[in-house]
Design a protein around this ligand. Structure first.
Ligand code: SF4
Length: 485
């Protein structure tokens, strides 16, 4: 048994029983891949009381990339037991302890899958040292184990081996305690581990199984009325935070008082969660989602030349199924009043004719009062030529221009799960979100027979931002546009 890094007299944030765990596996997907090595460092009240590690035969060849990373090859596992041969020893070491791991979602997910194959439902409180690092050092970039080892000069005997990495995670907690003091680290651990007190009407197991994954969560009240839909890149943390009152507002309090059931839908990544949240809110119209709920009133300013060659703005609904954000769409706006307000603003700021902008009646064949006081340049009399007027109007509206669709047909925006084990294809055509698939082939199939999908300003805004920030995630599909011109 190794000597502890601390003496019993020193204050520790690790009061109670902890199991620092690390796994080596054949890949990143717990449903498809298997454990090849497991280590547990048991800590009681800050003192290491046991270290245990086992190689595990996965029943399949080790991928060369894994051997390259870990040094574990098929020959080393020739005499190793299968998981069934070590499960009881492992369970004994985990029982009654909080499982601690660096990126705990990965290790905990693998443990649950392996135990489930043995017919055992494994559950334990979990603490993640990546999240602990983020909480303790919020301004610092890099919370991976390599970054922490470098930053804190952590002792390391075998990186990418289970026992070496489990010890390194414990060393990080020790280093942070020396750096920030036991009280700070204790508070951060408590915030992570302490379950919120649930509203009394919510069943005690309401949060069970809530994953540390991206997705959307749905809060229901009495008579299964949908109260609220939200999204997060970590459903578990977000819902707990809701219930713990971390974002306490009047609305949040009302929701918590009425909450009787929680449901959730996992997504592969953040974009999937954002898209699904916006769609579910419009479809299901939860009582407390005001911001994304208004689906029907979206409008744009569409400009087209009139008989005189002057551009004439018209406020048109954006959500008609065959409406298409052509080159001369501006907005989108939540309602007609907002669009008119914008036209009024640019008329005032750019001395543009309010009649031609559709804000006042009449065509004006003679200059009106606005001309006399210098608030227009006389488009009605030809004093301002159409080409000049059009240029000024286009420039004034420019910042609100809906982005032209730069691709020749539909695209898929790809996302990978945080552990790289699976992905998702979000099918987009002319800024309309048509749906998500798990494979590119399915995305092609969906694109070849797209559902009728109206333009949606919330999807538009988040998709524009997303493809700007993640240009490499775009996969153009070799298909013509599915929406008629
Ligand atoms: S003078 Fe003519 S162009 Fe100017 S605001 Fe009046 S109608 Fe419009």
């Amino acid at each position: 048994m190794p000597a502890s890094r601390r003496t019993p007299a020193e204050p520790t944030p690790l009061t109670g029983s902890w199991a620092f765990v690390d796994l080596e596996t054949t890949g990143g997907n717990p449903a498809r891949n298997r454990i090849i090595e497991v280590a547990v460092v048991a800590v009681d009240d800050g003192i290491v009381v046991d270290e245990w590690a086992r190689l595990v035969a996965p029943g399949r060849p080790i991928p060369p990339s894994i051997t390259g990373l870990t040094g574990i090859d098929d020959a080393m596992l020739a005499d190793a037991p299968a998981f069934s041969g070590i499960r009881d020893e492992l369970l004994e070491r985990l029982r009654g302890r909080t499982v601690v791991a660096h990126n705990a979602r990965f290790d905990y997910g693998f443990l649950r899958h392996e135990f489930r194959r043995e017919g055992i439902t494994f559950r334990a409180p979990v603490m993640c040292t990546v999240r602990l690092s983020r909480a303790l050092y919020p301004g610092v970039r890099g919370h991976g184990l390599d970054a922490l080892i470098r930053r804190f000069d952590l002792p390391l005997d075998a990186r990418h081996r289970a026992l070496g990495d489990a010890r390194a995670a414990l060393s990080f907690v020790d280093a942070a305690t020396r750096d920030l003091g036991a009280a700070s680290v204790t508070r951060a651990i408590e915030r992570q581990c302490k379950g919120p007190s649930l509203p009394p009407q919510l069943p005690a197991d309401a949060l069970e199984g809530l994953p540390h994954s991206p997705g959307v969560y749905l809060f229901y009240g009495e008579d299964d009325a949908l109260l609220y839909v939200g999204k997060s890149i970590d459903l578990h943390d977000r819902v707990r935070s809701h219930l713990a009152g971390d974002h306490r507002t009047h609305t949040a309090t009302r929701i918590a008082h009425r909450l009787t059931r929680i449901d959730w839908q996992e997504t592969v990544g953040e974009l999937g969660a954002l898209l699904r949240e916006a769609r579910l809110i419009k479809q299901l119209r939860p009582l407390h989602n005001r911001r994304l709920r208004e689906a029907g009133a979206q409008v744009v300013i569409a400009v087209a030349e009139d008989a005189d060659g002057y551009l004439a703005p018209a406020i048109v609904p954006a959500r008609a199924p065959d409406a298409w954000p052509g080159d001369r769409w501006y907005g989108p706006f939540g309602d007609r009043r907002s669009a008119r307000r914008e036209l009024g603003r640019i008329a005032d700021e750019h001395a543009l004719c309010r009649r031609r902008l559709g804000l006042e009646r009449g065509r004006g064949t003679r200059p009106c009062f606005a001309y006399q006081i210098g608030r227009c340049r006389g488009a009605c009399t030809g004093a301002e030529a159409a080409v000049r007027f059009n240029l000024r109007l286009t420039e004034a509206l420019g910042p609100r221009r809906i982005r032209p669709w730069p691709w020749g047909g539909p695209i898929a925006v790809t996302e990978e799960s945080p552990d790289g084990s699976h992905g998702e294809y979000h099918l987009i055509d002319r800024w309309r979100y048509l749906g998500s698939t798990r494979t590119e082939a399915d995305a092609h199939e969906l694109a070849s027979d797209p559902p009728e999908t109206p333009f949606d300003r919330d999807h538009y805004r988040l998709l524009v931002r997303w493809v700007e920030r993640h240009p490499r995630s775009v996969v153009p599909l070799d298909l013509p546009n599915g929406i008629p011109d």
